[in-house]
Design a protein around this ligand. Structure first.
Ligand code: 13P
Length: 254
């Protein structure tokens, strides 16, 4: 089975509702970046989800995702947003376990695991992010770290449920730094991630960390790199569209 290629924009804490609308209109106008081989999704901040969802309507070019969610479906969790709320607003995907959530919001492997289970119960597709720190990278512990995070995220999750998920390898030192993991090395780590549970065999694994139009093609040409999770370069429709176009080139030249 060939795996779906995906380009996912994680806007993080960027864009007002008006700016989000402008982006969506600009991206929808870029017909050259939408092809069946490459799925395009954006993850705006919570405040812009409804406006973006309304603009997207029932078109199938751009899918909608959220940047996080709580593992509980409701309750006394001030500031949190639940899976049913994301489903209601039109999300297909939810990012879980992003390193910024892990470090600034104390999300542990156990919390990520609970979030994954809740997302799946509500038919959201989790995009589970894992990655090693610079110190771990330098110590040659990247594979060990990401395998541990991957196994923990899917602990107690049945194989057929895992098969519905997406994984993302984001070396923490590559995020927002302009440094990108060498494509062959990233592919090697991602191949090891894929091998840690049988059910991950056909699961798309995205690379994230300073993905730009200039490096997207070489990364996605790798056997185990099924797309990109893009931060900074997803904030402009032009650069995000270029990444999707380069993903298509990579897929077509495989
Ligand atoms: P950058 O593309 O800005 O490095 O961010 C990557 C990221 O964290 C996407 O989730």
């Amino acid at each position: 089975m060939s795996r779906q290629t995906l380009i996912v924009g994680n806007w993080k804490m960027h864009k007002t509702i008006a700016e989000a609308r402008d982006f969506v209109l600009a991206l929808l106008a870029r017909d050259d970046c939408f092809v069946p081989e490459v799925r395009v999704a954006i993850c705006p901040p919570f405040t812009a989800l409804e406006a973006v969802s309304e603009l997207l309507g029932d078109q199938s070019k751009i899918a909608l995702g959220a940047q996080t969610m709580h593992w509980a479906t409701s309750g006394p969790y001030t500031g949190a947003v639940s899976a049913p709320m994301l489903v209601e607003v039109g999300c297909t995907y939810v990012l879980l376990g992003h390193s910024e959530r892990r470090s600034y919001n104390a999300e542990t492997d156990e919390i990520v695991n609970r979030e994954v289970k809740t997302a799946l119960e509500h038919d959201l597709i989790p995009i589970v992010a894992v990655g090693e720190t610079l110190a771990e990278h330098k110590a040659g512990q990247a594979k060990e770290r990401v395998v541990a995070q991957t196994l923990a995220a899917f602990d107690g999750v049945a194989g057929e449920q895992i098969a519905r998920c997406i994984l993302a390898y984001e070396p923490i030192w590559a995020i927002g730094s302009g440094l990108t993991e060498d494509p062959a090395s990233a592919n090697d780590v991602m191949g090891t991630m894929r091998g840690c549970r049988e059910a991950l065999h056909d699961v798309p694994i995205l690379y994230g960390g300073s993905v730009k139009p200039a490096n997207a093609r070489a990364l996605i040409a790798q056997e185990n790199i099924d797309g990109a999770l893009v931060g900074g370069a997803s904030l402009e429709a032009a650069s995000f569209a270029e990444i999707a176009i380069n993903a298509r080139r990579a897929v077509q030249s495989r």
